[in-house]
Design a protein around this ligand. Structure first.
Ligand code: AMP
Length: 272
């Protein structure tokens, strides 16, 4: 039986929990994480909390889609054990909440473009971990830098939480599902679907060409041709999120781009 809860009580703390954090406006990407969580056979707890602190742009926060009733229904249908919908002052009481700052990787890419974003993310995730004390927690690879920083935080604080990583779920045209896609017009959606295509093409030329800079320069042209405004298109070593060295074996090609003013992110893995 699914329960909607506002606070974490002691009878939840005695359970072994698999925790799936979300900001709501759920789509099949989120639900795929729920399915991964359910495979642990632990009690699943999904949080729906729109975390103001991770929005560097207040307009983005205010415009973020909110569809709590249909979210709750989707989670009921999925057989989640607990749907945690906290009030803001439960997550952030007036004192005693530790702010968690990211290391230097939190200041590049998303961190560079969205100052304060990762501090907001790590602070809320740590707060939720402290409240829920899960054994497992599931995160999507769509937010690759976020996932990297959360795994770092777990090591840094020595938390006893296993992370499960969910693959990126896409629509039939390849566009990575995102709550922000709700804001895209149908033409914008079509334009946005070439993001994945161009990422794959660029990834292919990176793995065959080895002149990364040239491949990225060429790849960028594809996006521009399709009226996609690049914020960044960058390659990192998956192990450390730094520029690849000659020893790098696993790379990640990451993009952030605007389609009709909606900011979208995506990434693909490259094995050398
Ligand atoms: P959000 O609600 O955007 O904070 O996302 C909650 C979780 O869902 C995060 O771990 C995201 O990485 C993950 N997520 C978002 N979109 C996708 C997707 N298309 N495929 C898989 N996971 C996703």
């Amino acid at each position: 039986m699914t329960k909607v809860i506002r606070t974490i009580s002691n009878d939840i703390l005695v359970e072994n929990i698999c925790f799936i954090p979300t900001m709501g406006s759920l789509h099949n990407g989120h639900l795929s994480l729920v399915d991964l969580g359910k495979k642990t056979n632990l009690k699943t707890l999904v949080s729906i909390f729109l975390n103001r602190r991770q929005f560097n742009d207040i307009k983005d926060f205010e415009n973020y889609p909110n569809q709590l009733d249909s979210d709750v229904q989707k989670l009921y249908d999925r057989g989640v054990d607990y749907i945690f919908v906290p009030e803001e002052d439960y997550i952030y009481p007036s004192s005693g909440i530790e702010t968690v700052s990211p290391n230097e990787i939190g200041r590049v890419l998303e961190g560079y473009s969205r100052p304060g974003h990762f501090e907001g993310v790590l602070t809320v995730v740590k707060r939720l971990f402290d409240l829920i004390q899960p054994s497992y927690s599931v995160f999507g690879k769509k937010d690759a830098q976020q996932l990297f920083l959360i795994k770092n935080m777990i090591r840094e604080f020595n938390l006893n939480i296993q992370i499960i990583e969910g693959d990126i779920v896409r629509d039939k045209n390849g566009l990575a599902l995102s709550s922000r896609n709700n804001h895209l017009s149908s033409t914008a959606k079509l334009k946005a679907s070439c993001i994945f295509d161009s990422l794959l093409k660029t990834a292919e030329s990176i793995s065959s060409n080895k002149d990364y800079e040239e491949a990225i320069k060429e790849g960028s042209k594809n996006f521009v041709k399709n009226e996609i405004v690049l914020d960044y298109l960058e390659l990192v070593d998956t192990e450390n999120f730094k520029s690849p060295s000659k020893y790098s074996k696993k790379l990640k090609l990451l993009i952030a781009a605007y389609v009709e003013n909606i900011r979208l992110i995506d990434n693909v893995d490259i094995e050398l």
